[in-house]
Design a protein around this ligand. Structure first.
Ligand code: SF4
Ligand code: MG
Length: 336
C-alpha cells in the first residue's frame, strides 16, 4: 500500500522554565491510503504533539522541530511555509479535537460554521455551501438538517456537537483526518456511535485516519494499524492483529492488561501499569520504560533499544526482542 503521509525521525522540543524537554524523539511512521492508524499512549506521551507537528500547529513561542520530516504529496510539511500550510489545513488534512465545544464558535450558527470552510477553501457561493452543509449533516447522522443548521452549538448534545465538528472537518473532502481523542469527552454509548460514524465515513469517502487515543479499547474495532507511544517515542507499531495478539513490548502488554476484556464479566480485574511515565527531560540513555518494566535488564539502563522488525508489518523497540542485547552485555547479566 502506498503511504499518503510519511513521518520520519521527528524530533520536537519544548522550552520550559525547567529547561528543554524532548517531546518527540525519533517518531517514525507511515499512514497508508484509506487506513486508520491509531496512535495510543498515556497522556503526555507525545500523541497530540505528533498531530500538531503534522498540522503545523505547535505553539510558536516555546516549541521547535529539531529534525525529521513529514512527507505529504511530495512536500515536506516541516519545511512548508505557514501560508502554504493554511491551504492544506482544513482542506486536505483536517483535525477533530477532544472537546467539540472548544472547536465550535458558540456565537455562530452551525450552518455558518460549516459554510465558512466551504466558501474559503472551495470558493463556493452561499447557496452552494448551504446545500453542501445539509448533505454533510446527513452524512454525519444529524436529522432535520435544514432546521438544525440555524441552531447554535449549545442547542446540540455533546455527541451531536462532535458530529458537527466531524462534518466541518469533512467539508472539503480531506484526504487525511486526524482525530485527537474524539470520543474522550463523551459517554460510552455515544463514544461507540461516533466511532461507528467515523468507520462508515471512511468507507464512503476513503479518508485516511489517524486516531489518537489513550484507550486501547477504543481502537480494537476501528484501527487497521496501531502505534504505541511512550515518552515521546513509538515503542511498537504493527497491524491491529500484531498489537492485540502478538504484541512484543512490555509496555503494550501493560496497556493490554489494563484494558477491560470486551466480553468479560464485570468482576474482571484491571491491572494498571505500575508507576508513572518518566520526566522526559531526565531521559538520557537507556530504554524510556526501564523504571516501570518488570523485564528490565542491565542493558536497558545503559543503551536505548533500537527498532527491530519482527515481521514485515511489525516493529518493536525493546532489548527483549533484539539479538544485539548480548553484544552489549555479558550473558550472565542479561537475564537479571
Ligand atoms: Fe523493558 Fe528493557 Fe524492553 Fe525497555 S528494553 S521495555 S526496559 S525489557
Ligand atoms: Mg493529548
Amino acid at each position: 500500500m502506498e503511504p499518503i503521509l510519511s513521518v520520519k525521525n521527528l524530533n520536537v522540543s519544548f522550552r520550559t522554565y525547567a529547561g528543554e524537554f524532548n517531546a518527540l524523539r525519533g517518531v517514525t511512521f507511515n499512514l497508508n491510503m484509506g487506513e486508520t492508524l491509531a496512535i495510543v499512549g498515556e497522556s503526555g506521551s507525545g500523541k497530540s504533539v505528533t498531530a500538531k507537528t503534522i498540522m503545523k500547529l505547535l505553539p510558536k513561542q516555546n516549541s521547535f522541530i529539531k529534525g525529521g520530516e513529514v512527507k505529504y504529496s511530495g512536500k515536506d510539511l516541516v519545511k512548508l511555509p505557514q501560508r502554504d500550510m493554511r491551504k492544506i489545513r482544513g482542506s486536505e488534512i483536517s483535525m477533530v479535537f477532544q472537546d467539540p465545544m472548544t472547536s465550535l464558535n458558540p456565537t455562530m450558527s452551525i450552518g455558518k460554521q460549516i459554510a465558512e470552510g466551504l466558501r474559503h477553501h472551495q470558493k463556493m457561493t452561499k447557496k452552494e455551501a448551504y446545500i453542501k452543509a445539509i448533505e454533510l449533516l446527513d452524512l454525519v447522522g444529524i436529522p432535520n438538517a435544514e432546521e438544525r443548521l440555524k441552531e447554535f452549538p449549545h442547542q446540540f448534545s455533546g455527541g451531536m456537537r462532535q458530529r458537527v465538528v466531524i462534518a466541518i472537518a469533512l467539508a472539503c473532502n480531506p484526504k487525511i483526518l486526524i482525530a485527537d481523542e474524539p470520543t474522550t469527552a463523551l459517554d460510552v454509548t455515544i463514544q461507540a456511535q461516533i466511532l461507528d460514524l467515523m468507520k462508515n465515513i471512511q468507507k464512503k469517502l476513503d479518508t485516511s485516519i489517524i486516531l489518537i487515543t489513550h484507550d486501547l479499547g477504543v481502537v480494537a474495532n476501528m484501527a487497521d494499524r496501531v502505534a504505541v507511544m511512550y515518552a515521546g517515542e513509538i515503542l511498537e507499531i504493527g497491524t491491529a492483529d500484531d498489537i492485540f495478539y502478538q504484541s512484543q513490548h512490555p509496555y503494550t502488554w501493560g496497556l493490554l492488561a489494563s484494558m477491560p476484556k470486551l466480553h468479560a464479566g464485570r468482576s474482571e480485574r484491571l491491572v494498571p501499569i505500575a508507576g508513572s511515565p518518566p520526566d522526559v527531560s531526565q531521559i538520557k540513555e537507556g530504554c524510556s520504560f526501564v523504571e516501570r518494566c518488570p523485564y528490565a535488564m542491565k542493558v536497558c539502563q545503559q543503551f536505548s533499544p533500537e527498532n527491530s522488525a519482527i515481521t514485515r508489518t511489525h516493529t518493536v523497540s525493546c532489548w527483549l526482542q533484539d539479538q544485539r542485547a548480548q553484544k552489549y552485555m555479558p550473558k550472565a547479566e542479561l537475564g537479571e
